[in-house]
Design a protein around this ligand. Sequence first.
Ligand code: N01
Length: 861
Amino acid sequence: MAAGDDPVDVDVVAVGAGFAGLYLLHRLRERGFSTKVLEAGDDVGGTWYWNRYPGARCDIPTTDYAYTFDPELEREWQWTEKYATQPEILSYLQHVADRHDLRRDIELSTRVDAAAWDEAAARWRLRTDGGEEITCRFYVMASGCLSLPKSLDIAGADDFGGEVYFTSRWPHEGVDFSGKRVAVIGTGSSGIQSIPIIAGQAEQLTVFQRTPNFSIPAHNGPQSAEKVTALATDREVYREEARWSRGGIPGDPPELSAVASTEEVRRQRFEEAWAAGELFAILGTFNDLLTDREANDLVAQMIREKIHSIVEDPDTADALCPKDHPFGTKRPCLDSGYYQTYNLPHVRLVDLREQPIAAVTGAGIDTVKESFDVDAIVFATGFDAMTGALVSVDITGRDGLTLKEKWADGPSTYLGLTTAGFPNLFTITGPGSPSVLSNMVVSIEQHVDWVVDRIDHLRANGFETIEPTEVAEAGWGRHVNDCADLTLYPTANSWYMGANVPGKPRVFLPYVGGVGAYRAICDEVVAGDHLGFTLGGPGGTRCNDGVVRRAQPDVAMVLELLAGMELPAVETMSVEEARAFVEASSAERPPGPEVAEVVDGVLPGPAGDLRYRLYRPPGAGPHPIVAYFHGGGWVLGSHESDDPLCRDLCVRSGAVIVSVDYRHAPEARFPAAADDAFAAVQWIAANAIELGGVPGQLAVAGWSAGGNVAAVACQLARDAGGPDLVGQVLLMPVTDADPTRPSFVENGEGHILTAGLMAWFWDNYADPADRSDPRASPLRAEDLSDLPPAVIVTGELDPLRDEGVAYAEALAAAGVQVRHVSARGHIHTSLTMVDVLPSAAVVRAEVAEALLELFPTPVPA
Ligand code: N01
């Protein structure tokens, strides 16, 4: 721009002319937005422009790895292979650019150096490497997830005197390795695809492998006849299925568990997937593959066996077998003859775990053991994935904050699309979205559509800016991590975790919840009045702040499943029906862990014998004792109805758990349950030695209504002068008959324990006049001092949350030692769902640890 010229101004600038940038330009133009795409390369194509190394192909079937927005394009373009080569995909993208006349709005060989938000003008100000200044209302980074090559981190890399190549920046004219001694460093997808081709040319090939990767044969060939037919039969049905699928390719989610399957079934499923030559087929063999280490090991071992069956030299085969990460947690590869390459006499594998590289020298590569003289080195060393390209541009948002500074400890986004403090900045397939875990083209189209629709919405409603709130962004970050934490992904040193780049924060970058679920979330955000976004303009701002997914992902799955079953509400049943219903449901659940001994007995209660079940932990004993009271709203359940939870508590805490039944309403109404509980505590204290317990080491515990009677028993024991209790563990307890607290309003429907069911319990248990009695509502006790130390667990999505919190606060105010465990994203029944909700196991572990701390002396082994 010449001095004095006004900067070019457009509605939207997008960076990158790959799959994302091209489609974005097309869609924005359709809606009448002036748009400029800036592209560093000298042609369109993005990833497929840069990564021209020999053997480069897509590893998602090309039938699926293609745009779906243009039916005519789909009809006219026929892929020649199941996995098309880089030149074919590049020419496809060039064709799309021409077909839609996109090139006139694309500036090639142009890099954005800096972009700054101008608050007063509500526009972005961009500067390119050519010195051009551009202003725009919206700035979209469509720069790709794997576009910034990782900086070389190998000593002496600049000293090499021979030819140097990077798979990610391959010369356009190609390279002929004939007669040359070649080294390849890196065995990710790029290395694994290029090594067989380079081996076919080179006189000698040495592959330097730091971490072996899992690879399966692509079995490339013509497009799958089945897919071609499905598309020809009903294109839109096929594409729509892809959009709502888990990975962006049509297909049913796996139903079989590897652990639960027989060896025969496992082998059969595996062989079928191996023969299919598709990543999603092998990753979709079993439903526990990416969540259960044992399941993963079973499949990983079968792949290792395959490697051994292909590679003739057993030591080389062994070195090629991945052992340091579960299968799938680093991006697995698809290959064409990769393992076979190591059977060639002129190919050698150097295991860098055994002999690390000391330095690259003028003549080649020195490891700590050997020197390798070579004519050419190929670096297939990967990318600064997902965030690298975004922070490589100097992007400055509001108040001078740069994206690089904001993301110094890892990226923080809302939906992977936007980030607070950077209004009108969108990141296509950004961190926190399914992106690299999915068929990228499906994810790109979804993101582009969503972004264009938002920009359109703003214009239509007189707004100029859109920006996520801190609340929404933090909530999304938690959800992304919650999902990842249910899987094995975070256990690997992968580029998904940023682990391949020295100094990069370890954060799981993509969203693992799946493209269909993610699409639903994006739609829900919009339907919820742009939940978590602030829309601003001359007429003011509008913001419906909030968090889009609060439930733990496994809790959400259970709730969804139950909602789909359309079960009758318990409160609409008779008491007998309700009891039968709950008993039948309990019979279906996993049994919980083994304990050393289970003993059933009876103890004397005020109105007759009370049944109990004792759970003994392993070890000689004696052990501390916990008198436990089951949940069920004083109406349902028994001494054995919380069996899995009691087992879990026993095993985790090393305490004897004595689960005591108490009289139930409506047959025995208030205060029968409370009286029975107190009598049971007295009897257990008096019989501690006979029960295998340590006298004086008695705590009480209970869940739900059981937490209520446990709390009441503590108050009664204090008032009666004994027995002495070391603590009370109240799990999501009922503490007050008040259904007006916010948690009842927020969570009263759809979270298993409903407001209606709680009312039904109270009606069965106590007359309204009795409900304020502290033996019904322990929170209402006049004096809460001198009670035993308390561990109180509340669930964020439990209607009883606020009364539990209130009891914790009231006890603390009365001088009682309280440990309040707030179970984020959990419902009333979460803790009882042993071996169903992995996320609740973390909470139970904390409870057990807190319980252990209550006991005065260490638990004997
Ligand atoms: O990169 P990578 P890539 N010394 O990071 C090694 C997509 N893709 O370009 O694992 C020695 O996977 C590194 O070793 P380690 C696909 O999503 C798709 O191959 O860090 N070695 C690793 O072996 C893929 O996952 C397609 O120990 C060093 C390799 O270099 C992603 O792009 C094709 C090293 C890098 O592997 C990236 O793949 C290609 C060092 N200092 C790529 N530094 C298809 O569609 C790194 N390494 C088929």
